[in-house]
Design a binder for this molecule. Sequence first.
Ligand code: C2E
Ligand code: MG
Ligand code: MG
Length: 281
Amino acid sequence: MTGTAELHLLEGFERALINHRLFMAYQPKVAAADGRLVRVEALVRWDDPKLGMVGPSRFVPLAERHGLIDQLTQWGLRTSLRQWRSWQASGVDTALAFNISALSLEHLDFPDLVERMCRGLDVPADRLVLELTEGATQPLIKLMDTLTRFRIKGIGLAIDDFGTGYSSLIQLRQLPFTEVKIERLFIQDLAQSRDSRTIVKAIIDLAHDLGLTATAEGVETAEQLAILRDFGCDIIQGYLIAQPLAPEELGPWATRHGRRWQMLVEPSRESRPRSRLKASG
Ligand code: C2E
Ligand code: MG
Ligand code: MG
């Protein structure tokens, strides 16, 4: 991005922060074993009158570079926690996952702030999971103290996009993560690539051996789902299950989802071996 283009985008983003043009979308994650809704991941969106829908990959790094990330994090977290409370009140029972920029964790008082926000809004901190991706400049290992303080408060920690970028095995051993999210790139060609299957199976086994939850993101086909269930993956997220939803869509989605899940995981009658049908008849 040129300097002028970045400045232009930055001005727009600052206006969006002030004028409430940011909103959160929520993507369901389900248990691989039985399809039960276990988490909802909050994903920020910017709806600009001129630019249209701008994705977080464009403006989160911008907010990080220009000192606006704490403001974005706090707004996003407060909005998501409020939404979470209102789902709970309406009987939609789920944990909440929230993406957090490593930069926002540089402040040692951040765990206290998150705990206070949870208490103030009467939502269970021990069902909140923060998702972290390692940035190019900031190794997560530097955040050991802050991460440990989150864990003491019962807040879960997921390492996002695991397997690419700067995420490394040593972090899994040294940092107090509770969950590993396998990068979408490995899931994409799971059915076609033996190498991806080997890598994904190894990450799932590694996570389990270290006592961590394994989540697959970007699951788009029933074939990928079947392989991941076979490998013992714990949590599934992706367009196959649901797109990121508006807050009011989660309840209706949850009502429809059970039946759809059965269709996804149960082989259809036609594909059952004929001999079995004969034998029972
Ligand atoms: P992420 O945390 O890895 O989130 C998953 C991304 O994959 C989301 O993109 C989601 O919409 C997309 N996705 C989910 N399922 C599928 C699928 O089946 N296929 C494909 N092709 N994509 C899928 P999104 O919303 O554009 O977010 C991009 C990244 O921006 C996120 O990656 C996260 O790192 C970051 N992000 C999102 N919201 C926030 C936020 O509130 N704060 C911070 N700091 N970062 C955020
Ligand atoms: Mg994430
Ligand atoms: Mg990810």
